[in-house]
Design a protein around this ligand. Structure first.
Ligand SMILES: *[C@@H]1O[C@H](CO)[C@@H](O)[C@H](O)[C@H]1NC(C)=O
Ligand SMILES: *[C@@H]1O[C@H](CO)[C@@H](O)[C@H](O)[C@H]1NC(C)=O
Length: 454
């Protein structure tokens, strides 16, 4: 019984600790920006003012006041706060000038300052699973009320005006503004379930692991990314056990995206085929001519087999999916494969294999973001192992080739890897987040993008 309980519980615990692939933390900086720009995009202020100018049905005229109109709506100040487990508490502080004529015929102005408050509950759309905000409990709190009426006739008229009119009119007028703004914010989640292309190689889809969770400092969105090659089955993310963590000491209210090393490894698996190369140029960068003569300088037996110099062709085949490793400040890409060299006897004839080497080498990865895609550029790290496979020129010590192969990889092969990597990897598309200004940090088993607003 206990064992069963443990199996269930431990499973659950393990489940929550498993590598999530990608995690987005939305802080107040991004959410403020989103709400503010939704406010602008929705032109809600203009609409509110226009609406306010209209006659409100069901509102009794107040004795002694006529021609009432809303003249200006103040630019609202929006304050947001997280409500753990619920969503965001939103307060919109604004004000307006109401004009009219008093019973004496004098023109009157009332300046009201008020707050509209509501809780924007974070839900998931039942059909699409896409997160959405829904406002609840909208309330209007009146702040100061000022008028130009003579003070002796003020209290009664104003109190009546406030009670019977503002309290009835304002919620109907202002609360839809909160909903209208949310419509715009909600629209910016809808693309997040789309599969995004990685060139012709496949697609990445940032599927949600669970519904986003609101904490006291951020909304956390956990993704289980689906890495789908053009053909065949989705690439599974290796479960490395321990989930990578966000670094300590991040600025309050800031937002981050964490991409785990296992996720980046899965993304690079899409490129495996594209890392194979057939190189037949004679002159490459700073390298000596690619001929059997040059090679004979390292393996004398080549000169015996090829007394007359012949051009070389090199074939590199990556045999295992590439693997990304990360420790603070440093990220490597490990490639395992074969390097086979051929001699070209004559143009148009099938080249003859000289030898095949099993190689394992690492590349240093530099990360950047360009046009909202994660970019990687590499340079040679180390040749980690070099062992002989087949050979048509007899036995030789593969170690003799270390310098030759190292230079070769650096000059001839790495540029091809970098070309393949130029495709870039899409980042989660939601809330129109701009990743281009992010500061990138390599942490233990994860890349962390500290998001910056313009
Ligand atoms: C989703 O379904 C639940 C229960 O079936 C319902 O209470 C809730 O209102 C629905 N939510 C939305 C956003 O439609
Ligand atoms: C309106 O909201 C602001 C900001 O949260 C607060 O400072 C102010 O006291 C509120 N005013 C009223 C009348 O509730």
């Amino acid at each position: 019984m206990l064992q069963i309980l443990c199996l269930t519980l431990c499973g659950l615990l393990m489940g929550t600790r498993a590598d999530p692939g990608a995690v987005l933390r939305l802080g107040l900086d991004i959410l403020n920006y989103e709400v503010q720009s939704a406010m602008e995009e929705s032109h809600i202020l203009e609409k509110m003012a226009a609406e306010a100018g209209k006659k409100q049905p069901g509102v009794k005229l107040i004795k002694g006041l006529s021609n009432m109109k809303v003249k200006d709506v103040l630019v609202p100040v929006i304050t947001l706060n997280f409500v753990p487990g619920v969503g965001i508490f939103q307060c919109v502080s604004t004000g307006m000038t109401i004009t009219g004529k008093s019973f004496t015929g004098a023109s009157m102005e009332i300046i009201v300052v008020l707050n509209i408050t509501a809780t924007n509950r974070l839900l998931q759309d039942n059909e699409t699973g896409i997160p959405m905000f829904k406002s609840e409990g909208c309330e209007i709190t009146l702040g100061s009320v000022k008028t130009n009426l003579p003070s002796n006739m003020l209290p009664k008229v104003i109190r009546k005006f406030l009670d019977s009119t503002l309290h009835k009119v304002l919620p109907g007028l202002m609360c839809p503004a909160i909903d209208a703004v949310l419509v715009y914010v909600n629209k910016k989640w809808v693309n997040m379930n789309d599969a995004m292309p990685v060139g012709q190689m496949g697609t990445i889809k940032y599927a949600l692991t669970a519904s986003p969770a609101t904490t006291a400092s951020h909304i956390q969105v956990d993704f289980s990314p689906v890495v789908q090659p053009q053909k065949g089955k989705a690439i599974q993310l290796m479960d490395e056990g321990e989930a990578p963590e966000f670094p300590e000491g991040l600025a309050e209210g800031s937002s981050q995206l964490l991409l785990s090393a296992t996720f980046l490894t899965a993304e690079l698996a899409l490129l495996q085929k594209f890392l194979n190369a057939n190189i037949q140029d004679k002159m490459i960068g700073e390298l000596p001519p690619q001929t059997t003569e040059t090679l004979a300088g390292f393996i004398p037996k080549v000169a015996e087999a090829y007394p007359k110099s012949k051009p070389l062709v090199t074939q590199i085949r990556i045999k295992k999916p590439p693997k990304v490793t990360m420790e603070p400040g440093r990220s490597l890409l490990h490639l395992h494969g074969t390097l086979e060299m051929f001699a070209v006897w004559r143009r148009g004839k099938t080249p003859v294999s000289l030898f095949l080497l099993e190689i394992h080498f690492s590349l240093n990865i530099q990360y950047s973001v360009h046009e909202n895609r994660l970019q990687m550029a590499t340079s040679l790290g180390r040749l980690l192992s070099l062992s002989p496979g087949s050979s048509s020129v007899g036995k030789f010590n593969a170690k003799e080739l270390t310098t030759f192969i190292t230079d070769y990889l650096q000059e001839a092969y790495i540029p091809m890897v970098n070309d393949a990597l130029q495709v870039g990897f899409p980042l989660p598309d939601l809330l129109a987040i701009n990743y281009n200004l992010a500061e990138l940090d390599i942490e233990e088993n994860a890349l962390v993008l500290d998001l910056k607003l313009d």
